[in-house]
Ligand binder design. Structure first.
Ligand SMILES: [Zn+2]
Length: 682
């Protein structure tokens, strides 16, 4: 008891010191030429240099360092607390709606408009406040085949107007529905989410960061790099809540509101590289900026940031997302709302353009959570897991699609035509089939220690089957890959997964890396270290199953190369938790007694492999191999005795007369059995 008590005091003291540190930061003005210095120290910048000078929150250490580099930071406020006090005296926050007012209004409006409005608590903050959202749509209780449009506010708690806009927009939609035909159309055709406070604690305490002193808009996983005090990708409960909301939705179009400025920012925040979908990103964002009479700028050009929401929604999820900087003035809220309302209306009108489709299982007709790649883009988007529907904005043109879900044969659909006012429609029905691979990028840091922005690859290149196209991790970088719900890698006979490194002319040498297992937020179990393509066994780390793998570059390679670091091509799941692709049911496998073991090596193989098994006692043996459609494979097996002595036995399998793909073996030995997948790669 006592030691627990002491521990609690220690933790409290630690938390207090963290908060004290956060409050130690002062507010400073710096000239545009301080950009590189601020980036090097990962400083928190409120206004980038597109607005003239930088306004930065700096610790005393950072101020000292800047002075030693020849800069003279101009102190505006000695501390955040002092700034808040001054702001309060000016009547700064009085005209904004509080957390309680907004939340109560949302519940009251939803009660008054039950057909179109629902309040959802997406999750809870550190201090247990709701991350409340209003979902607005016709038949709001029913998940419909509609684009999802999301307006986020107050990821920075002290950027008050940023929270007002989603709040006011939700009320406007409720009030005008049924009487204003344009509003009625927008609500009928979309699923609109208004989420005023991603950071409700910060909003209540009037501070930028959450209660751990972490800048939530640096905590997202896509090209995360430890900025803003972030501990690791998705280290905070608020950003985890947002991630989980994104995974349960398929966001077509979204904005995240900040203060201050009159500008719409587009990807990327982390790099000056042009985003793969820049055509549609420009067209759609420019429409918003025009409607709101805002400037339209590249986020990186304003200031470099890592781990931002806009990079995550687009880079990891394939949805469009813009950062909109609005006036911070409380006396201008109505005017600011009018300008952004015009932009939000345009977004609700545009979300129905582009590609619309649905993906299902060809056998059962059930909707599938699938990845959809379109010609011309390196970044897939994902169907809504509930209905299997997909809505992706694209420019008019003809598109070739590749649709894929784990355990299914990828389907290619060519020549889907999109024109203005006429979305391109597609329907995919996937056949059960071969192959389970990494499905989604959870986090990535293609580490770029010299900030050269030379890396020519995208994290999404690591998804799906091996194709020779690498996601180069950078020098010391990492990626966290999600196999998808129900497709966890499990510890089975032999190796459980293969990491494939791409070998290509510009970087022909295999490189060293480490592989970890864990959940979406912590990957601490080291499975192994390898150089080049290698297979791994979860058993070696005592891990039973993992949905996520973290692959960390350990090549020590030079950082400035275009393909620096380990060149990850794919992760192939050899032992999966998914129901086997075979249609012939595999009977329950009793727990094997001590000493019963099966391994297959090599796996994947071309074209022969060896199945080794150990029998603890003399047993009646039955060995069979099935292809992915459940047919028993007769060819390629060596003859074996039906009754075998205790000990180690070997069996050769020759797949030279068979097609590439997944095969499932099943070994029965007396009362127990084992089965697992083998992959023939020719
Ligand atoms: Zn902000």
């Amino acid at each position: 008891m006592k030691s627990h008590h002491l521990l609690a005091i220690l933790i409290a003291a630690l938390l207090m010191s963290l908060i004290a540190q956060a409050e130690d930061r002062g507010v400073y003005r710096l000239p545009p030429d301080a950009r590189q210095a601020l980036i090097e120290m990962k400083a928190t910048v409120r206004h980038g240099s597109l607005g003239g000078d930088f306004i930065a929150e700096l610790t005393p250490e950072q101020v000292e360092k800047l002075r030693s580099w020849g800069f003279e930071p101009d102190q505006l406020f000695a501390s955040i607390a002092e700034e808040m006090e001054v702001f309060r005296h000016l009547g700064g926050t009085d005209e904004f709606h509080t957390y309680d007012q907004m939340r109560n209004d949302f519940y009251a409006y939803a009660a008054a408009h039950p057909d179109i409005a629902q309040v959802v608590a997406l999750g809870y903050s550190i201090e247990n406040r709701e991350l409340f959202a209003m979902k607005i749509s016709d038949n709001v209780a029913v998940e419909e085949d509609e684009p999802e449009v999301v307006f986020w506010g107050n990821i920075h708690g002290n950027e008050y107007t940023g929270g007002e806009l989603p709040y006011l927009y939700a009320l406007y939609l409720c009030n005008e529905y049924g009487s204003n035909p344009a509003v009625t159309q927008r609500v009928n055709n979309n699923e609109i989410w208004c989420i005023p406070m991603i950071n409700p604690d910060g909003r209540v305490h009037g501070q930028r960061n959450n209660m751990n002193g972490v800048d939530l808009n640096r905590d997202f996983g896509y090209q995360w790099d430890g900025w803003g005090g972030s501990w690791y990708p998705f280290s905070q409960i608020e950003t985890r809540t947002v991630r989980e909301f994104c995974l349960a939705s398929n966001i077509t179009l979204s904005t995240t509101f900040h203060c201050s400025g009159d500008v719409v920012f587009y990807q990327w925040g982390y790099s000056p590289k042009v985003a793969p979908d820049y055509g549609v990103i420009f067209r759609v964002g420019q429409r918003y900026a025009n409607a709101a009479t805002y400037a339209f700028e590249n986020s990186w050009a304003d200031y470099e940031t890592h781990g931002e929401l806009l990079d995550f929604v687009y880079g990891s999820q394939g949805g469009l997302c813009y950062t909109v900087e609005v006036s911070s003035s409380s006396s201008m809220v109505n005017q600011t709302f009018a300008r952004n309302q015009a932009g939000m209306n345009i977004f609700c009108d545009l979300a129905g353009e582009g590609l619309h489709g649905s993906v299902m299982d060809a056998g059962t007709g059930q909707p599938l959570y699938a990845a959809v790649w379109i010609s011309g883009s390196a970044i897939p988007s994902y169907t809504d897991p509930e209905l299997g529907d997909l809505h992706r904005l694209v420019l008019p043109g003809a598109y070739n699609l590749k649709v894929w879900a784990n355990g299914y044969v990828p389907q290619t659909i060519n020549g889907v035509n999109v024109s203005y006012g006429a979305p391109g429609q597609f329907q995919a029905a996937l056949q059960l089939g071969t192959g389970e691979y990494a499905f989604m990028v959870t986090s990535a840091n293609q580490e770029d220690p010299n900030n050269s922005h030379n890396n020519a690859t995208h994290p999404a290149y690591a998804l799906g089957a091996p194709d020779g196209i690498p996601a180069s991790l950078g020098s010391g970088g990492f990626i966290v890959l999600d196999m998808g719900e129900g497709h966890e890698i499990v510890n089975g006979p032999g190796n459980d997964f293969t990491v494939t490194e791409a070998i290509f002319a510009q970087d022909p040498n295999p490189e060293t890396y480490r592989v970890y297992a864990g959940d979406a937020y912590n990957q601490n179990s080291l499975i192994g270290t390898a150089t080049g393509t290698a297979s791994f066994d979860l058993e070696s780390a005592g891990v039973n199953s993992t949905r996520y793998l973290k692959i960390v570059d350990a090549s020590g390679s030079s950082p400035n190369l275009r393909f620096a670091g380990m060149d990850l091509d794919a992760v192939t799941v050899l032992n999966s938790a998914a129901p086997s692709a075979t249609h012939e049911p595999i009977s329950q496998i009793p727990v094997a007694p001590e000493g019963f073991a099966v391994s297959v090596a090599p796996n994947p193989f071309n074209a022969t492999t060896t199945i080794r098994y150990q029998l603890p006692v003399a047993s009646q043996i039955k060995f069979e191999i099935f292809d992915c459609s459940g047919r028993r494979v007769e060819a390629g097996l060596t003859r074996m005795a039906a009754w075998q002595e205790a000990g180690i036995h070997e069996l050769r399998f020759n797949g030279s007369s068979l097609a590439s793909g997944i095969y499932i073996y099943r070994l029965e030995a007396g009362a127990f059995a084992a089965s697992a997948k083998m992959m023939l790669l020719k």
